[in-house]
Design a protein around this ligand. Structure first.
Ligand SMILES: [Mg+2]
Length: 250
């Protein structure tokens, strides 16, 4: 155990663009959705509809539940003439989700590390922004729930504090009954994961990866800047003295 680093008790993880890449599936899933709508009678080319859909998401936010309804209202009436709007929306939404869940997989090196960490004395938790049912579905489908302490699962819409507020991170450490410096938070977002966690006194790991937030830098210096979970494994073993034997994967 290096003297430079405090003894870790808890590691919190962000979900989106940390455990999996969101950009990996969004384009493919939206394309499938639009193709399904065209197959049901939408009279349009794929790309202009995708552009309009991207505008809807940008204007109403990714957590809005009515992207495809709104899209219908913005397309020319001639594109929908003769078709049933509700059937088109249903076909699009189903095709989107089918393609999304087909492609949404936890990064293998992340899963391997979580599995090995779960076998140590460290406790694993999740701090994630978003709607409870959406984030829970991701955790269950990714199989991450198997590795975390269920008491250490924090979703901002449930907690009532946004990720930009350091109080969220302080509160998560408090619930875990450890001091902030015994907690590490791992995430991709410079302003949601690094800056507020750092302000609350946690050890911060910025996984830059290739996600959409990798181009902006945090305002504060993260304790560690890493590219992926392979590097995180190395950091935990070398700098934090955590014994990570590779478990039998059979
Ligand atoms: Mg994220």
């Amino acid at each position: 155990m290096s003297a430079t680093f405090p003894e870790l008790k808890v590691i919190f993880l962000d979900i989106d663009d940390t455990l999996f890449g969101t950009s990996d599936f969004v384009t493919a899933a939206r394309t499938k959705a639009v193709e399904a709508m065209i197959a049901r009678g939408l009279k349009a080319e794929v790309q202009p509809v995708l552009n309009e859909l991207a505008a809807v998401v940008a204007e109403f936010g990714s957590n809005d539940d009515h992207h495809y309804d709104r899209l219908m209202k913005r397309l020319p009436a001639s594109a929908i003439a003769g078709a049933n709007r509700h059937l088109l929306v249903g076909a699009g939404v189903i095709a989107y989700h089918n393609e999304k869940w087909k492609n949404l997989k936890i990064r293998p090196e992340a899963e391997a590390l979580l599995r090995d960490l779960a076998a140590t004395n460290l406790r694993l938790g999740v701090i994630s922004a978003g709607l409870v049912h959406k984030q829970i579905e991701k955790l269950l489908r990714l199989g991450v729930d198997r590795f975390i302490d269920q008491k250490l699962l924090f979703i901002t819409h449930d907690v009532g504090i946004a990720k930009t507020n350091p109080r969220l991170y302080a509160q998560c450490a408090e619930v875990a009954e450890v001091s902030p410096e015994q907690v590490m938070h791992v995430g991709d977002h410079p302003y949601h994961d690094v800056d507020p966690a750092k302000a609350a006194g946690l050890r911060t790991v910025w996984i830059r990866g290739t996600g959409k937030h990798s181009k902006n830098s945090p305002k504060t210096e993260p304790d560690h800047i890493l590219d992926d979970f392979v590097e995180l494994r190395g950091l935990l073993e070398t700098d934090y003295g955590i014994p990570l034997e590779r478990r039998n994967r059979s």
